[in-house]
Structures are given as C-alpha cells and as structure tokens.
Design a protein around this ligand. Structure first.
Ligand code: X2X
Length: 343
C-alpha cells in the first residue's frame, strides 16, 4: 500500500468508526428498549457534511418524540453502497430513505433530472421558487408515478456545481475538449460534458477521491462546499467556478415500506425530515459565505468563469433542444417560468 493510499484508507476507516460511534450513542443512550421500527437513512456524503449533521439531529428528535419506538439509523459516506446500489436498495425496500441526487435519478423517471438543466437557475431565489413550487411538485408526482418511491416535500441542497482539475483551469469551453472528467452516473451531466467535447467518465461519488488521486481522471465537478468537506482540494489544483448547474438531493422513501408504518410515525418522520432539509439548506448557505477563502487557504487556485460562451456551445450542440424534447413542453415551461428562456 502506498503512503497516499494508506492515508486515504485510514481517513475512510476513521470516518467509519466515527459513524459507528455516533450510531451506537443513539442506540444505547437512555432506557434500554428495543425500537419497534428500525429505519435506514442512507447517502453518499461525508459524515461531517450538514446533510449528515442534520440527519443525525432528525434521528435523535424522532427517537425522543416517539419515546424510543422509532430508530432511524443514518449511514453516511456510501457505507451501504455507491449511488447506483443505494438507489436499487431503496427501490427494493432494503433502505427506507435514500438521499437521491436528481442528476442520477434519470433511470427512475427521466423528468427528475429537469432541475439539473445546464445554466438554467441563476441563483438560490430561482432554485427555491421552482423546487418548493410548481416544478418541484411536478417532479415529486413523477417520482410517485413510478409506484415504488416517493420524494419528501423539501428537497435538500448540494449547491451550484463548479469544476476542479489537476491539469489546467477551465476558462472557456475549448479548455474542456478531451478532458478526462469524472461525472456522477448521470445522463444529463454526461450529455453536457459530451456537448463540450470533454471525455466524461461515470463514477460513483464513493470513488471520486481515489480516481482523482490515482489520476484515472483529471478533474471532477461538484459544489465548493463538497470540494471542501470531501477534501478534494488535496488531490486537485485548479477550481474554475463554472456554476454549470444547481444540484440537490431528494429524500426518497420506499412507498410500500412507508405506508406500512402507523400514521403517527409517518407524520413524525415526515415533519423531521422536511425540517432537517430546511435547516441543512441554511447550514450550507452559511458555509458558502466563506468557502472560497477556506479553499484558497488550502492551496486551491480559484478562477471565475463567464457562463455565456458555455451556454452558447450547449445551444449549438443541440443540448437544450434534446432535453426539452425529453422532458416535454409542460415541464419545460415550468422550468422556464422561474429560470427564464433557455432557447
Ligand atoms: O456524486 C456526486 O458528484 C454528488 C455527491 O454531487 C452527487 O450526489 C450527485
């Protein structure tokens, strides 16, 4: 094992033991009494990310308010498998709640990806107006129609995605030509980077750090707060603020498993999951306020990017036309209602 690989291994091992410690504190505090309902809440993000801080808080509140009847166990860092795997487990009911990024839910229902159309949302006012409004309601209906999963009302935040690389900064679309870039297993992100003539590789988040470290890929794209919390700055040199799309997480439940719970348990869990989502949005917002300084301090070379040439390239490649056709006129109109014209 090389020094670097060992370091990565130890880092993961310590995350894992921290997670075990956290969940066992939850399990054995208070009067010893077996829970009636054990529910699994799984995601791909590091244990210290606001998603998991708020998820653990949610689990604690659910446990307290149900007087120990309901035990939600939080599994961060892809502990139950990569995203493709977690999605399959959520569908089968092996995972009760899965934080599913819209970008990778295209295999579930194509329209779930509509919030990830490139350069659509300009700021958070637009994001929350759409996602807490008609567009979000439309997407949740589409998820529900699968007959397998459903989405809780408040979508959780990930952020605006930027591009980090080890070889060269991205200032213009031509800088992306031929670039080996990790993207999530996501049809819509894959299509964007193919339109830029890059060479995107679909890799689950669980393997992002190691694929950058071993230089299987030159770069990746994710929000600044995740570049920080997943320590991607350790294995990347440049960070180009492409802000090419907003991304979040639908907390997905398994319809059958959830309906089998008593109504009061359903209501309690729903309330606390939605509240946790709203709180984590605010947590991320405050991290975003100084993340640029934090990342500069860690040695990353940050640069601003003018979006218009990138949009122009996407238009010319037929990207917007293609996704408009996939999502249909009705959904596209809902997107443009907040994001403005994308033609
Ligand atoms: O896999 C990613 O890049 C991540 C963490 O942003 C998603 O969940 C889409």
């Amino acid at each position: 094992m090389t020094g670097l690989t060992r370091r990565h291994f130890i880092r993961n091992a310590s995350l894992l033991s921290a997670a075990v410690a956290a969940s066992s504190t939850g399990l054995y505090s208070g009067p010893v009494r077996a829970a009636e309902f054990n529910l699994k809440f799984a995601n791909n993000l590091p244990i210290g990310h606001p998603m998991n801080v708020r998820a653990r808080e949610m689990a604690k509140r659910v446990k307290e308010e149900s007087e120990g009847r309901v035990n939600v166990q939080v599994f961060p860092s892809s502990q139950l498998g990569g995203d493709t795997d977690m999605l399959a487990q959520a569908r089968s009911g092996a995972i009760d709640f899965y934080c599913g990024p819209p970008v990778i839910l295209g295999t579930l229902a194509p329209s779930v990806q509509i919030s990830a159309v490139g350069f659509a949302f300009k700021d958070y006012d637009q994001v929350w107006a759409a996602m807490d409004g008609e567009l979000g309601a439309h997407i949740r209906q589409e998820i529900e129609k699968t007959g397998v999963l459903f989405g809780f009302e408040k979508i959780w935040d990930n952020g605006f995605r930027v591009t980090t690389t080890s070889t060269r900064p991205i200032a213009a679309p031509t800088d992306l030509v031929g670039m080996k870039l990790r993207v999530p297993p996501s049809p819509i992100i894959m299509s964007m980077f193919r339109s830029f003539d890059a060479s995107p590789a679909s890799i689950n988040f669980a393997e992002v750090y190691s694929s950058l470290q071993t230089r299987i890929v030159e770069g990746q794209e994710n929000p600044l707060t995740l570049v920080d919390s997943a320590k991607l700055y350790e294995v990347q040199k440049y960070c180009s603020m492409t802000n090419h799309m907003w991304d979040g997480f639908w907390v997905l439940g398994n319809q059958q498993r959830f309906k089998a719970l008593p109504a009061d348990v359903q209501a309690l869990v729903t309330k606390h999951i939605n509240e946790a989502g709203v709180s984590m949005r605010a947590d991320l917002r405050s991290l975003q306020a100084n993340v640029i300084e934090v990342l500069k301090g860690k040695g990353l070379l940050l640069s601003k990017v003018t979006p218009e040439p990138f949009r122009e390239k996407l238009r010319a490649a037929g990207y917007y036309e293609q996704w408009h056709e996939t999502f249909g006129d009705e959904a596209w109109a809902l997107l443009e209602k907040t994001a403005g014209s994308l033609a």
